[in-house]
Design a protein around this ligand. Structure first.
Ligand code: UTP
Length: 408
């Protein structure tokens, strides 16, 4: 795209400031900027004006959850079904590692964070060790697809190589990059992260399947006969991945998707709760939890929205193709966004200063007709690392690892 064309595109969206430093740039920097302008979807920025009315919620009602006692009774049966599926090569795992981990405050990808105390224990290592437990139990490798982003791809792939995949079979590991979206101030003007670069950030944890398609990974999945994908977050160092009992329960109940859930520790805990929305499976985010929903009780007198999701889902591959064909909605998320100030110097803000535009995995669930919320023991399977200290932190995850006999 030439300068004039780029200018016209920017003018259409009121973003001409992107070219402020154009004259100062070297030729190749100018070309890089023009190329980025060509590729950027500025349309998403108009969502800032509609923020209040974006993604209205439907009627929220409770959903049935498969709880621990019921799972215990069927454990053997479900585990066998799950192991058979894994041995037949029907189950793959998708690690969502494209996030920026801004709350943790490390510039490196979250997975390379070392939570060890007396030895090195990296977050990626913990996840691979958990997956290896199942590989050993099944006697079969499970294909692992790792989503990175433009911001952390090189470091992530180099790290896995350097650490020899922590004992995993590299032939079964595929990396792919997620798409990026522009990041803006509160008025919808894109920030610049360099004089020749519009500020971008990964487009959320819901963009993974579309990115997999773009990278040709879905073709490989189909060829390999993988029918189920267990998608999981990078930050929960205790979660069981491709858990045979969970896989078996989802298959046996003929559910379109399985969702691991934990009992919430308080009605206002900051986790999304599984629910039905207009009769279809969904997740009510903690900030959408009204007093009324928090007080609601089920027929046993228990809180009706008592089970929180932990971003560990088992999707049926063929449903995913239909879901992404429908185009998932975008959400506006307030975040800290590094930007160039008026003097052209890079500022790393201490507080949120603008918006990112994200697709969320919860909207994928809502497209499906059935979901199996599947309870797991909280202290055994939920140790998320979002912050350095306090709730959901390196500290709390270390405590939980110790409780579970994991040496750090
Ligand atoms: P979070 O919502 O905790 O976001 O991601 P984050 O970017 O890791 O951390 P903060 O909010 O900046 O502190 C939940 C999971 O979704 C992945 C993350 O890597 C994590 O596994 N994710 C999130 C992506 O893969 N891509 C994204 O664009 C966002």
């Amino acid at each position: 795209m030439g300068y004039q064309e780029a200018y016209d595109k920017l003018e259409k969206y009121g973003q001409q400031h992107v070219l402020k430093y154009y004259e100062e740039l070297r030729k190749e920097e100018q070309e890089a900027l023009l190329c980025q302008i060509e590729q950027t979807d500025f349309e998403v920025l108009s969502l800032c004006q509609k923020k209040e009315t974006l993604n209205p919620r439907g009627e929220i009602t409770p959903i049935g959850v498969m709880q621990l006692p019921e799972i215990e009774v069927k454990k053997e049966e479900y585990t066998k079904i799950g192991l058979d599926a894994i041995r037949a090569g029907k189950v793959g795992a998708v690690l969502l590692a494209g996030g920026m981990g801004t709350r943790l405050g490390s510039d490196a990808p979250k997975g390379v964070y070392n939570i060890g105390l007396t030895k090195e224990v990296f977050i990626f290592q913990r996840l691979i060790e958990n997956l290896l437990d199942v590989v050993n139990q099944a006697g079969a490798w499970i294909p692992l697809y790792v989503m990175t982003s433009d911001k952390n791809h090189e470091t992530t792939t180099a790290f896995f190589k350097e650490k020899e995949y922590f004992g995993y079979n590299a032939d079964y590991v595929t990396f792919f990059m997620q798409d990026m979206a522009p990041a803006s101030d509160y008025e919808g003007k894109v920030y610049m992260e360099a004089k020749n670069k519009i500020s971008t950030s990964p487009n959320g944890n819901g963009g993974w399947f579309l990115s997999m398609m773009k990278w040709g990974v879905v073709d490989k999945i189909r060829e390999a006969g993988v029918e189920w994908l267990n998608v999981f977050a990078v930050d929960n160092v205790l979660q069981r991945i491709a858990d045979p009992c969970f896989v078996g329960a989802t298959i046996a109940t003929n559910s379109a998707v399985g969702a691991k859930v934990v009992k919430k520790n308080a009605p206002d805990e900051k986790v999304g709760a599984m629910c039905l929305e207009d009769g279809k499976p969904s997740i009510v985010e903690y900030y959408d939890m009204t007093e009324e929903l928090m007080a609601a009780k089920d027929e046993n007198g228990e809180p009706a929205y008592n089970f929180g999701v932990i971003l560990n889902y088992l999707f049926r591959e063929k449903d995913l193709e239909e879901i992404v064909a429908k185009k998932l909605p975008l959400h506006i998320v307030e975040k800290k966004i590094p930007f160039l100030d008026d003097k052209g110097e890079l500022v790393k803000p201490e507080k949120p200063n603008g918006y990112k535009f994200e697709q969320l995995v919860l909207d994928m669930i809502h497209e499906l007709d059935s979901c199996l919320p599947y309870e797991v023991v909280r202290n055994k399977e939920f140790a998320p690392i979002k912050n350095k200290t306090g709730i959901d932190s390196v500290e709390s995850a270390r405590e939980l690892c110790k409780e579970n006999g994991i040496e750090l």
